[in-house]
Design a protein around this ligand. Structure first.
Ligand code: ZN
Length: 386
């Protein structure tokens, strides 16, 4: 089962594990009850009343260990209680959440196990949620008020990670798409998006000694894998390939050491070690081809056909020399080529014809490199990525 199928299956799995289904009754109208562990038979109203009293009594005791979370609507009619980390309760409106998610709708139709002492809380039906309290809190707030994404602080990414995780799990497609659209601003699917992101990275201030983007591409990659968001994977892999493999495997980069409950895994999976290596090699190959073939061919024989040691030959020879000196293992070729274009176009070192020809050819090359990234990541082309 792939990660996408698995994530889809989870909500149902949770429901089956924690909810006793009643085949012949409408759960909300007739929450059949029994003090035995078998609850598959309908119960008469007298026994039902005794059960409700028992559950209410028990739930009062239990509720002392339950923390009221945010949001908590006094007029809410259903209480979601997390079972991970600590028990946090959220009083919400069943109809509001049900209309956003078919999974919620199904879950709220089913009474929780009637042997569960938390079956009611302040008179409301309780639904147990196997989610982190902070992530569930943020999801509910996003459903009521809209998400509040931000990329100017490390926590902005972790907030989005929690929303994306639960939006995927509970099939809340519009919220999932909002997360993906926001992620694409920093982990783009277009060349222009890439250039804008690099410009932003170069002009953004450090936050807590971290540079923009304030998240490690490994976390982005793992979040994408976890939630089957393929469209950000080529970009995340490209930027990840700017880091050394040993550094990634040690997972000791300050961005990977950040603590947050919604932090994705800091481990590079074996299949992504392979893709990282392919991307790393691909990137270095691009650099070599660009300097040795693309630029040196112009230094040897300028496109304008200038003979001898003309201006254009000298100009391109100087460029090649500069490129060799400024090329490092961690250089991103897309920005590197852009810098070369600026050097030629604004340096006045070649003729106008060569300048224009270099600009057009180098931009075409950059677009080809960009278009090829999904293939290196072993994914379909950009226009077929979700
Ligand atoms: Zn020329």
């Amino acid at each position: 089962m792939g990660s996408w199928e698995k994530s889809l299956a989870d909500p149902y799995k949770v429901g089956q594990a924690d909810t006793t289904y009643f085949a012949h009754t409408s759960p909300m109208e007739t929450p059949a009850a029994s003090t035995s562990t078998s609850v598959s038979q309908p119960i008469n109203p007298g026994e039902m009343a005794k059960f409700v009293e028992r559950v209410n009594r028990l739930s009062i005791g239990k509720s002392q260990n339950i923390r009221k979370g945010e949001p908590w609507f006094e007029d809410g009619n259903i209480v979601l209680i997390t079972t991970r980390e600590d028990s946090t309760a959220f009083r919400v409106h069943r109809g509001v959440l049900s209309r956003q998610s078919e999974i919620f709708n199904d879950m709220f139709q089913m009474p929780q196990s009637l042997t569960d002492v938390t079956a009611t809380y302040e008179g409301c039906l309780v639904v147990n949620m196997h989610d982190l309290p902070s992530e569930l809190s943020n999801l509910i707030k996003a459903l009521y008020d809209g998400p509040t994404f931000s990329n100017n602080h490390p926590n902005g990414f972790f907030y989005l990670a929690g929303i994306l995780r639960l939006a995927t799990k509970y099939f809340i497609e519009h919220l999932r798409q909002s997360c993906i659209q926001y992620l694409r601003q920093t982990w783009p699917s277009t060349l222009k998006g890439h250039d804008d992101m690099v410009e932003l990275a170069l002009s953004s201030p450090t936050v807590n000694d971290l540079t923009f983007p304030y998240v490690h591409p490994l976390h982005v990659l793992n979040l994408a894998r976890e939630n089957n968001v393929n469209s950000i994977i080529p970009s995340a892999l490209y930027f990840l390939s700017l880091y050394s493999l040993s550094g990634i495997l040690h997972a000791d980069h300050p961005k990977l050491l950040l603590e947050h409950p919604s932090k994705p895994s800091s481990m590079l999976s074996p299949s992504d070690v392979m893709l990282y290596s392919l991307m790393y090699q691909h990137r270095l190959q691009i650099m070599e081809n660009f300097i040795r073939e693309f630029c040196e061919s112009r230094a040897t024989q300028p496109k304008c056909g200038a003979p001898g040691m003309s201006l254009c030959r000298k100009g391109f020879t100087k460029l090649v020399s500069q490129l060799y000196r400024s090329c490092y293992l961690r250089t991103g070729p897309l920005h590197f080529i852009l810098q070369a274009i600026h050097k030629i176009n604004h340096g006045g070192v070649v003729c106008e014809f060569c300048s224009l020809e270099f600009f057009q050819s180098a931009e075409r090359l950059r677009q080809e490199i960009w278009d090829e990234l999904p293939t290196v990541a072993q994914l379909p082309p950009w226009n077929r990525l979700d």
